[in-house]
Design a protein around this ligand. Structure first.
Ligand SMILES: *[C@@H]1O[C@H](CO)[C@@H](O)[C@H](O)[C@H]1NC(C)=O
Length: 285
């Protein structure tokens, strides 16, 4: 059974490379393969289901060795992580990326720490909250293992321009936000959210002043309520391609719905990764 799964993965990798186009270095690596069980049991993410999940934070200079988790991120190559720009738009920026993490309070689950050597932000604006995307370069190459794997980026033309309205996606993370009061969860949680139209999203926020209209480079998902939990600022909105049996990064959690279950009544707003692929290709080194 295990052999079959691996064989299927090898076959789909070949076809994914066939779609790749020539210049993009990202598609020359295997991506989006989940070694974890895909059957959802509750909201706790089984070990290895989303091996690209990253915890982003700071080593506190005043408290020796204490890691302060602030945001989520997603591993996209063996050297790069995508996250949200707002996580870095402050004086004391996160300086560490932790990969392969599961239970943040236990030290024996094979997590590996990487120092952030470069952060590139798109033209992020605090007032409009648009272009909430950050490209992080790690200090050294990541060695992939079943618990540390890159996700696929939506370069495929049918995904790149897709607004995914009506699609079911999953958000996952420890529920950490840049809010210093956010406690989060020990282990990653996940939730299914359905992508809604930008109009519907705008409407849902109603009288609550949104910083600016939701635009095409954003995605809205979830209709609010206790069903939607998990997810960190900067963490992934996953699209599972059923044909290829692999996960794509459709969105980056931006604002609205982060933190623990039931803490937000509004659709979550995500940066739509398909809008940033050109920027990414230009800036990735
Ligand atoms: C995480 O690890 C700690 C320490 O080993 C343990 O007490 C806690 O129950 C674990 N959390 C979960 C949700 O498994």
């Amino acid at each position: 059974m295990k052999g079959l799964v691996i064989l299927a993965a090898v076959v789909t990798v070949t076809s994914a490379q066939g779609n790749a186009g020539s210049r993009n270095p990202i598609f020359h690596i295997e991506c989006g393969d989940s070694f974890g069980d895909r059957v959802t049991i509750g909201t706790e993410v089984p070990v290895g289901r989303y091996p690209w999940l990253a915890v982003i934070g700071r080593i506190d200079p005043f408290e020796e060795g204490f890691f302060n988790a602030e945001c989520g991120g997603t591993l996209i190559t063996n050297r790069h992580v995508l996250s949200a720009a707002h996580c870095f738009a402050k004086t004391f920026k996160p300086n560490l990326v932790r990969l392969g993490e599961h239970n943040v309070t236990s030290n024996d689950d094979g997590a590996q720490d990487f120092t952030i050597s470069r952060i590139i932000l798109d033209e992020y604006s605090f007032t409009t909250k648009q272009n909430d995307v950050a490209l992080i370069t790690l200090d050294r190459d990541v060695t992939f293992n079943p618990r540390i794997q890159p996700i696929c980026l939506p370069f495929r033309s049918d995904l790149r321009h897709n607004k995914f309205v009506g699609n079911l996606m999953t958000v996952a993370g420890w529920g950490r936000t840049e809010d210093p009061d956010s406690r989060g969860s020990d282990v990653p949680l996940e939730a299914q959210v359905q992508v809604v139209t930008l109009d519907r999203c705008q409407e849902a926020y109603g009288s609550i002043t949104l910083p600016s209209p939701i635009v095409e480079s954003q995605l809205c998902a979830g209709t609010g309520g206790a069903d939607t939990c998990g997810g960190d600022s900067g963490g992934p909105l996953h699209y599972l391609d059923l044909q290829e049996e692999r996960y794509y990064l459709a969105g980056i959690t931006s604002f609205g719905k982060t933190g623990k279950c039931g803490s937000a009544e509004f659709p979550g707003v995500y940066s739509r990764v398909g809008s940033y692929l050109e920027w990414l290709e230009f800036n990735i080194l």
